[in-house]
Design a binder for this molecule. Structure first.
Ligand code: NAP
Length: 336
């Protein structure tokens, strides 16, 4: 079988991590090209893996030596690159966000509808986390009965000084938005963001943590604590209250130390440790989809819904109150 050649646009933290994961596997897909606005970063990555550097993302996408594209540059640049990849009939993996506006996401959904084909996998890696997959299996088995409530927490140990309350929504809560939709198969109809008093570890003029309440279309209520300055370590929790049972997301098995009069468990300090396996399986699943010629991971409608819900959360954060998510119906192409 002819090798499928992948070009990465964006060779920062995320791009390099995913390139490494693909490069370490003997496979029918091969990363062969990179581009980054930061030419030095692109060249460093190219030197590590023997790749060709393109001066611009546009040239990389148009190249006849590139069969599929991965977009791991900054969020604001995703929309243009993804639309170009679709116009060139090339499958595309796009890190979240799919686009920074719902209108931008809608353009991508429409481009796929016009082509009559799905091209895009969005980087919602939690769907590939085996613990979330185990939780979903139990929920799908109906052993717990109908879901009534979900309690979610997303706790980052610490963040940089420029991290804002908006980023708690767009970078942290967005993962809960996606995973709740995936776990339940239900859409989020309304959201409200509350601002508890801010932690002493919060950045200036920010609210860490934020507390979100999501109402799903079947009446399930989900609460989400998103804390960018949890201080103790990195942790993601999810407890699902069903009619017949309470089901919890398994945690990592931390190393436990029993010493004199104490017992200590070592938690991950970063999301990269917690979701290492998920990032690996996510990008390998995309590689597999290239072989099958059919994208079946999180798609551009999921990217669009994430944008609709984060917009509503941001509106609630700034203006207060309960905000309805005003959205398009899921087109047939995106029914799984
Ligand atoms: P990063 O380390 O800053 O890397 C981004 C790279 O893109 C930088 O080298 C940047 O260059 C380059 N870039 C900026 N504008 C560009 C353009 N127009 N064309 C080509 N390259 C451009 O950021 P990151 O942490 O890797 O994040 C990249 C994306 O991944 C973001 O969308 C982020 O939200 C996402 N992400 C997702 C997860 C997840 O859990 N799914 C985790 C981390 C990141 P300069 O430095 O010169 O600007």
């Amino acid at each position: 079988m002819k090798c499928i050649r992948i070009g990465f646009i964006g060779t920062g933290f995320q791009g390099r991590d995913l390139i490494r994961r693909l490069a370490e596997k003997e496979s029918y897909v091969k990363v062969t090209a990179v581009s980054d606005i930061n030419r030095e970063s692109a060249q460093e990555t190219a030197d590590l893996y023997g790749l060709k550097v393109y001066a611009t993302g546009q040239e990389l996408i148009a190249s006849q030596e590139v069969d599929a594209v991965a977009v791991t540059s900054w969020g604001e640049t995703h929309e243009e690159y993804v639309l170009q990849a679709i116009a060139h009939n090339k499958p595309v993996f796009c890190e979240k966000p799919l686009a920074t506006t719902r209108e931008g996401c809608m353009k991508i959904v429409k481009a796929e509808l016009d082509a009559g084909k799905k091209y895009v996998q969005v980087g919602f890696m939690r769907r590939f986390d085996r613990r979330y997959q185990d939780l979903k299996k139990v929920l799908d088995s109906k052993e717990a009965g109908n879901i009534l409530l979900m309690h979610c927490a997303h706790r980052n140990k610490e963040v940089g000084a420029t991290y804002t309350s908006d980023m708690v929504v767009t970078d942290m809560m967005v993962h809960e938005i996606d995973i709740v939709r995936w776990l339940t198969g239900k859409e989020i109809m309304a959201v409200q963001i509350l601002k508890p008093k801010s932690s002493i570890h919060a950045n200036q003029n920010t609210n860490f943590p934020l507390y979100g309440i999501f109402e799903l279309e079947d009446g399930t209520i989900v609460d989400v604590e998103a804390n960018a300055a949890a201080y103790f370590g990195y942790e993601v929790t999810c407890e699902v209250v069903g009619e017949n049972a309470v089901v919890s997301l398994p945690q990592m098995n931390p190393v436990t130390v029993k010493a004199k009069n104490k017992k200590e468990e070592f938690l991950p300090s970063l999301w990269t440790e917690r979701f290492d396996q998920a990032y690996e399986d996510e990008i390998l699943a995309w590689a597999e989809s290239l072989k099958k010629g059919k994208a079946d991971g999180p798609d551009s409608f999921d990217g669009y819904m994430a944008a609709v819900c984060t917009d509503a959360c941001l509106q609630s954060l700034h203006e207060g109150g309960r905000i309805l998510t005003d959205k398009m119906e899921r087109p047939n192409l995106f029914i799984k």
